[in-house]
Design a protein around this ligand. Structure first.
Ligand SMILES: [Zn+2]
Length: 1150
């Protein structure tokens, strides 16, 4: 215990005790010591009560020592003990006097800045203490006095953490005072200048202050200041940075952005960044400048006459059924689905979990009367089939007739099997479809024509490109180039069609790739029966010709550093120098008469799954592409598939898809679009290949053409260098898989199976809105005999129901389904076991109309069909209504599926994974108070994912979850689980990109891997065949051998999360927050320059701190030296003496 000097300040402990109390933040000692207040509280109270100068200085010194030695925890402790208030009271006491004592005020202000920066309520406290305007006044009086002004400015800066305080200062002309302290380039008072700019930026946290700054014309001044300081080189990067922060704040309001724009801000920023890039020291300015430019680029409406899809379809039920199109999209929805969960912050996600035990456990009432269920009995043909063909042994004609009867007569099935539909369905057909029926007849009549015109889109190419023509002729093997003349001359215009037909047939004969399970002629026939809104009459070559996965794997594309920055610069140049901008529409889905320049690329998308609405040539080798919204809707743009031709080889073409809607994309993480070259295909390489360089995905400055508000678009940009001149190429978001391809594939499969072994039957679940058929396929093993035993076994096989492609943009689902279908029809022994164990019911495409018309998300009624499962509308969502009805039917006859899985694609995650449903896991994850101890849940839902993790290289168990979200309560997975009681009800999500684990790590998935996944899913089902143990053990060996090679999967759960994008910070347009340590080092450096008398002595300061620029000073230690050395030493000594010579350093500073 000691008393210090003549003051009334008594210290009743040691400094060590004081420090001890400091660190025991929440220790019981703190609260228990109510009788004797802590050393800190004594110090603070002494500070407020005001003593003489010496003792106050000493207290400040002690406080500063303590605060500087430790971490922020000490400061927060001091704040909790009223430290901010004590400092503010001391400030007001000292500052109020007629001639304030700056010996005290300066360290006080410095300490206040440091503490205040960590006190969220400092603004309010300062206002209450009357310190705000007092500080502003002190600033006014010390405008010419560098160190004092700086100290006031830092205090003001921290006070502005409160909006009302910032407004108070603004209303008292604080903005003008501070703005006046920011001079053009100078070598003096650099700290003060930096402090002024920082304080100015802090004041701009309120709309009122920003508006005031804009209306006073300060924006222009800020830009000129930036230009001036910038021109003096990298020494002043910190000041430049602070000025950019001011501009950022200003551009939070429209008027601010307009001011920056009208004052030439974008050009200034663009030009300065170009030189920044040359100097490493200026690098920190680039990021802020780029964000600022992106923020200020004027909003540009998409060059469309309407945001509505170019494809509209009259819905049954009259015009009211057409959805409200100008309604503002729900920002929060972000079209979230199973594949979009990661978009939501964790807290929101947990909020979304279903915690109502009743909703989790009790089945709701069926959505339809029982009488409606028997209509689905025909979808279980294996139950009624008599397998007479087994007795007739090998008579393939008989058996194939049996199994193909219904598929060849879809019409009969439709008319005979859905009596209930006669009312609504047929009325609809007779009214709404009367036109399309006529159309359909015309369509059928036009089949011959269609076949001839199949290659219309590139037949023009054949005639305009001599090289291509030569190549085709050689391919036909019909004529040598020398004989070309005769043939050409003989051709009549009206013979052109038959010529094309012959040509295609010849091409197929000689060069048709031997693609397993693909037959171009079957494809053409299937496509002829496919009904589309625009009435497609042209086939895309890749779908017709077929695709083979390329040999070898395709690694993810490396991302060049700063590629996005470069693309933004190119976009800004578009705005600044209009000279090289062409801006010519070269393709318009709605204007087929459009003439495009002969040297421009040609685009086309009017074919199945095609999606490109408009192409605009921006520069010689750059095109903006605009996607068509989902039919009958004005949104959901993401999927694309188009034809491009008339290219020059070896020239990089830049493509910008400018109206993407998802907020981030795997295109930022190594994913590439796919490309198919007709020329390559004709030369024997019919491959969709991952293609494109300089790929990135970022928010752009486009806005909807009209009507829709608050919509943000994103640009996907990629560059393609074509291999051949005047080739015809196709570019897509992901490997296309059309509805016609599915139909042709099912035909091929049906022909491929041995009917004596495999029971394969394709039927129609129902018709779609546009009048296409939704196929349902039954696959199982034929019984060994017609004996009772075998037939009984057949009729008691559990059902596995697999569905897919409810979301048309997720074509990966179709490729997985293709793998599943082919495997189940194969002679593989595992497949045979599975067929003997189960009856498979597959609905490979739940949304045929969406797929056909190139939509991304919806059906023709502009609804997400995977949100309709709770109460599907029989007219508007027929496929879901009948799929659910069929599941109800299975339920009603005691054949509830053992497994249900809906195949999907995921645009923002890597790997393949499952989502399932678990009551317990949902309750645990949600932190629900429901006691789950007594809750019984079969853990069997984990068997398949666990098995897949072992078997399937693309599969990631760590990405799976089994949570039931409220927002997903109407999805297939949740409804089938809850309403049908299917324990193993899943969504299988497959990445559009690739894998970040296992043997495919770093590779993009191709169709081979997707099909393999479909196969592995089947393999995993073997793990459920417990009652067939013998069989299982025999087969599992087969699998084990097969997969030992794959057994080096990594199980690093940290790989689940997407690594931050290299340029993530530029991805947003936010201004980074100022770090607390930056302020500390600024404050500390102010005192480092001995004392205030040093004002004019910049040279001295520079000598002490290297070149003396603020930038360098920022990196000084956080350890404070608020007091000039001599004084610090003196006070320490005094303190030490009083403590009987006990050294301070070892005790105070740990
Ligand atoms: Zn999906």
């Amino acid at each position: 215990m000691f008393a210090y000097g003549r003051s009334n300040f008594t210290w009743n402990g040691t400094l060590r005790e004081l420090q001890g109390s400091w660190t025991e933040r929440r220790g019981p000692a703190m609260t228990a010591s109510a009788s004797s207040s802590s050393g800190l509280e004594v110090l603070l109270s002494a500070l407020q009560n005001g003593g003489d100068v010496e003792s106050t200085l000493n207290i400040l010194n002690v406080l500063d020592e303590l605060l500087s030695a430790g971490t922020d925890r000490r400061i927060h402790y001091m704040i909790s003990k009223g430290g901010s208030e004590a400092l503010l009271v001391a400030l007001v006491n000292a500052g109020r006097s007629f001639s304030p004592n700056y010996t005290i005020l300066l360290p006080l202000l410095h300490l206040l800045a440091k503490v205040g920066h960590r006190d969220r309520r400092i603004g309010v406290k300062a206002e209450e203490a009357g310190a705000v305007l007092l500080t502003l006044n002190l600033l006014r009086h010390n405008a010419q006095h560098g160190s004092r002004a700086a100290a006031c400015l830092w205090a003001i800066q921290v006070f502005c953490s409160s909006v009302s305080t910032a407004n108070l200062i603004g209303a008292n002309h604080g903005l003008d005072v501070i703005y006046g302290l920011i001079p053009q380039y100078s070598t003096k008072h650099l700290h003060t200048i930096k402090a002024a700019i920082d304080a100015f930026a802090a004041l701009l946290c309120t709309k009122a202050n920003v508006s005031s700054v804009v209306s006073k014309g300060y924006v222009s001044g800020l830009l000129r200041l930036y230009e001036d300081w910038y021109s003096k080189g990298s020494e002043h990067v910190a000041i430049c940075h602070a000025l950019l922060r001011c501009l950022h704040k200003v551009t939070h309001i429209t008027a601010g952005r307009q001011a920056v724009l009208s004052q030439g801000g974008i050009r200034l920023l663009y030009e300065t960044t170009q030189t920044c890039l040359l100097s490493k020291g200026l690098e920190p300015l680039v990021e802020l400048s780029v964000q600022l430019m992106r923020k200020c680029l004027p909003k540009t409406p998409l060059p469309l006459t309407s945001d509505q899809s170019a494809y509209t379809f009259p819905l049954p039920g009259g015009p009211h059924a057409v959805p409200e199109t100008d309604a503002e999209p729900d920002e929060s929805s972000d079209e979230s689905d199973d594949d979009d969960a990661e978009d939501k912050p964790e807290a929101d996600y947990d909020d979304d979990l279903e915690t109502d035990l009743n909703k989790l456990r009790l089945r709701p009432d069926p959505d339809r009367p029982k009488e409606l269920l028997p209509q689905y009995s025909h979808l279980c043909p294996e139950l009624s089939h008599d397998f007479q063909e087994l007795d007739l042994s090998s008579e393939p004609d008989e058996s194939s007739t049996a199994s193909s009867s219904s598929s060849s007569d879809e019409e009969a099935v439709r008319l005979n099997s859905f009596p209930f539909r006669c009312s609504r369905w047929d009325r609809r057909r007779s009214t709404v479809h009367s036109d399309s029926e006529t159309e359909a007849k015309g369509h059928t009549a036009a089949v011959g024509q269609l076949e001839a015109r199949d290659f219309h889109s590139h037949s023009s190419l054949l005639s305009t490109s001599p090289r291509f023509r030569t190549m085709v002729r050689e391919a036909r093997g019909k004529a040598l180039p020398g004989q070309r003349g005769d043939e050409q001359d003989d051709e009549e215009v009206d013979a052109e069609e038959s010529h094309h037909r012959t040509m295609i047939d010849k091409l197929l004969e000689r060069h048709g790739a031997c693609i397993p399970h693909h037959d171009p002629r079957l494809y053409r026939a299937a496509a002829a029966k496919t009904t589309s809104i625009p009435g497609f009459s042209i086939l895309a070559f890749p779908d017709f010709w077929g695709h083979l996965p390329p040999p070898g794997h395709e690694p993810m594309a490396p991302r060049k550093p700063n590629v996005q920055r470069q693309k933004v610069f190119e976009d800004v140049r578009r705005f600044l120098n209009a000279d090289d901008i062409i801006d010519q529409v070269v393709f318009d889905l709605e204007d087929s008469s459009l003439q495009c320049p002969s040297d421009a690329l040609r685009f086309f998308s009017k074919f199945e799954c095609g999606n490109l609405r408009k192409a605009v040539q921006v520069r010689r080798y750059e095109y903006d592409l605009i996607l068509n919204a989902d039919a009958n809707s004005n949104q959901h743009t993401q999927w694309f598939y188009f034809e491009v031709s008339n290219m020059v080889a070896d020239v990089p073409y830049r493509f910008n898809v400018i109206n993407c809607e998802k907020s981030n994309s795997q295109f930022n993480y190594g994913m590439q679009p796919v490309l198919y070259s007709v020329r390559e295909a004709l030369e024997g390489r019919p491959h969709w290949l991952r293609t494109g360089t300089e790929i990135c995905y970022f928010r752009n400055h486009f806005c909807p053409a009209r009507g829709r508000k608050r919509t943000t678009f994103y640009t996907l940009t990629f560059t393609i260098t074509f291999k051949h001149n005047e080739d015809v190429c196709y570019v897509a978001y992901h490997y296309p898989h059309t509805y016609s391809a599915l139909k042709a594939h099912l035909k091929v499969l049906q022909k491929s199976v041995d009917p004596a072994k495999v029971f394969f039957q394709q039927q129609t679940l129902c018709g779609t809105l546009a009048g296409n058929w939704c196929p349902v396929v039954t696959i199982t093993a034929c019984p060994a005999s017609r004996g009772w035993r075998d037939m009984h076994q057949l009729r008691n096989r559990p059902c596995i129901v697999l569905t897919g492609r409810v979301h048309p943009g997720e074509s990966n689902a179709s490729w997985m389904m293709k793998g599943t279908l082919e495997f189940l029809c194969s002679s593989d022994p595992v497949a045979q076991s599975l067929r003997e164990a189960f009856v498979f019911k597959l609905i490979p495409m739940l949304n045929p109309d969406g797929v056909i018309n190139g939509t991304n998300r919806c059906d023709l009624n502009s609804e997400d069909l995977n949100r309709q499962w709770s109460k599907p509308d029989p007219v508007l969502s027929p496929t879901i209504y009948h799929a659910k009805g069929f599941l109800y039917y299975l339920n009603s006859i005691g054949r509830t599926p053992l497994v249900f899985c809906d195949y999907h694609g995921h645009s923002r995650k890597k790997n393949v994974f499952l989502y399932g449903c678990s009551v317990k896991e949902t309750l645990w994850q949600s932190g629900s108070v429901v006691n789950t101890a007594g809750l019984k849940e079969d853990p069997g839902y984990r068997t398949i994912p666990k098995t897949l993790d072992r078997l399937a290289p693309a599969f990631s168990f760590n990405s799976c979850n089994y949570l039931v979200e409220k927002s997903r309560s109407a999805t297939a997975r949740v409804v089938v689980w809850r309403e049908m009681g299917v324990l193993r009800s899943y969504t299988m999500e497959s990445t559009h990109n690739g894998c970040d684990q296992g043997i495919y790590k770093g590779l993009q998935t191709g169709t081979r891997e997707l099909q393999e996944m479909g196969v592995k899913f089947c393999h995993s089902l073997l793990s459920l065949t417990k009652d067939m143990k013998a069989l299982y053990s025999r087969r599992i060996n087969h699998i084990d051998v097969d997969h030992n090679v794959l057994d080096h999967k990594s199980h690093n759960c940290f790989e689940d999360d997407e690594p931050p994008c290299v340029e993530e910070i530029e991805y947003s347009t936010d201004c980074p927050a100022l770090k607390g340590t930056d302020l500390d080092s600024d404050v500390n450096s102010n005192m480092a320059s001995s004392d205030e008398e040093d004002e004019g002595n910049e040279g001295h300061r520079r000598a002490r701190h290297g070149r003396g620029s603020v930038g360098q000073l920022q990196h000084l230690s956080m350890k404070s030296r608020l007091f000039p050395h001599p004084m610090r030493q003196a006070s320490s000594e005094a303190l030490g003496e009083k403590r009987n010579g006990v050294g301070m350093n070892g005790q105070i500073i740990s």
